[in-house]
Design a protein around this ligand. Structure first.
Ligand SMILES: CC(C)(COP(=O)(O)OP(=O)(O)OC[C@H]1O[C@@H](n2cnc3c(N)ncnc32)[C@H](O)[C@@H]1OP(=O)(O)O)[C@@H](O)C(=O)NCCC(=O)NCCS
Length: 335
């Protein structure tokens, strides 16, 4: 029987540029103390978050994408007008349609290009890289733009102290190009979905139930924090281990672990259970909070700007969250 998750894959995808953006406005723990019954001490101890960046009233996910791509173009001197395909991973599109990806196409005047928004919550960015790799390997496209972007502040209930302390806004972008030589940066991948637990973390839209579970139809993020925490430290840790086992790699072989920045306690528990040290772990949790699909590229770009990541290093990126969904990849950094 074929193992559908077997991790030896073909890749000709090279990451040739990275960019990111967070809105100017900052929401600190002290600000949240004025909104709900909470404290800086509780938030830092339970989540590791000190502050988050929040979009202005007139700033939406597409605007964050434009800024992240602009940053990428300027830093790497890249032209985007010949991009073949745009994937935007987001749970907070400006509209259900038109897609955010189509707004990126329009903003940069990209003429011949496919575009799609991808919804896999906090696993969105890594899922998008998996799909971008497939598009490039197929030979159909040579240049794919992958963006993870969120304006979670617009769907956060600021009267619910168990969720409003967590979420922030931001965007990160990778440019992925087909290599001439045939060998790419994406070495291994793994995915898993547990839809039966979907009601534990959701943002409602049309229906008032998920499966047999009645949900709050208010369009805001709702979660059972304890259940999501339990799932993350057990099932997500197992998924990370599966990805390493299937790749015949251990934590000691991998230079950087970049789990989704859900919260620092989850990251610490994942490290403990998978053998990674906190020193080899990158996150964007402290200053940006949980930015869902943007958290992994924000963590990586922070380290790129600090000069922490070196050429040829191996990195394990692992997204997880609403769905409940997991998507992990191991890449070799060559930027
Ligand atoms: C949300 C989360 C931080 C709450 O931490 P916790 O230790 O599980 O806290 P609990 O829900 O057990 O609540 C403990 C107490 O703190 C209180 N509390 C909850 N939020 C609080 C806040 N912001 N400030 C102060 N107290 C708070 C609770 O009301 C509860 O009080 P009680 O004991 O009097 O009932 C934690 O469950 C978590 O991180 N879950 C995962 C969430 C997540 O990452 N989601 C996105 C995944 S992609």
């Amino acid at each position: 029987m074929t193992d559908r998750n077997q991790s030896e894959i073909r890749s000709n995808a090279i990451i040739t540029a990275i960019g990111s953006y967070v809105p100017e406005r900052i929401l600190t723990n002290a600000d949240l103390e004025k909104l709900v019954d909470t404290s800086d001490e509780w938030i830092v101890q339970r989540t590791g978050i000190q502050e988050r960046h929040i979009a202005s009233d007139h700033q939406f996910t597409s605007h964050l994408c434009f800024a992240a791509v602009q940053d990428m173009m300027e830093r790497y001197n890249k032209d985007v007008t010949d991009i073949d395909y745009i994937i935007v991973a987001t749970s907070t599109p400006d509209a259900v349609f038109p897609s955010v990806a189509s707004q990126v196409q329009s903003h940069f005047g990209i003429e011949n290009c496919g575009s799609v928004d991808l919804q896999a919550a906090c696993a969105g960015f890594t899922a998008a890289i998996q799909l971008a790799n497939g598009l490039l390997v197929s030979g159909a496209y040579r240049k794919v733009l992958v963006i993870g972007a969120e304006t979670l502040s617009k769907v956060t209930d600021y009267s619910d102290r168990t969720t409003c302390i967590l979420f922030g806004d931001g965007a990160g972008a990778f440019l992925m190009e087909a290599s001439g030589s045939g060998s790419g940066n994406v070495l291994h991948m793994y995915s898993k979905t547990d839809g039966a637990r979907g009601h534990q973390l959701y943002r409602s839209s049309l229906a008032s139930a998920i499966g047999d579970h009645v949900i709050q139809p208010n369009g805001l993020i709702v979660q059972n924090g304890r259940e999501v925490y339990r799932w993350a430290v057990s099932h997500v840790a197992e998924g990370v281990k599966q990805l390493m086992t299937r790749s015949s790699l251990s934590a000691a072989d991998i230079d950087w672990f970049i789990p989704h920045s859900a919260n620092m306690r989850i990251i610490e528990a994942l490290c403990e259970r998978t053998g990674f040290s906190l020193d080899q772990t990158l996150s964007s949790i402290k200053l940006f909070g949980n930015t869902s699909a943007a958290s992994i590229p924000l963590a990586i770009d922070g380290a790129v700007k600090a000069g922490t990541i070196k050429q040829d290093q191996l990195m394990l990126l692992y997204g997880f969250g609403g769905g409940l969904t997991q998507a992990g990849i191991i890449i070799r950094w060559s930027l």
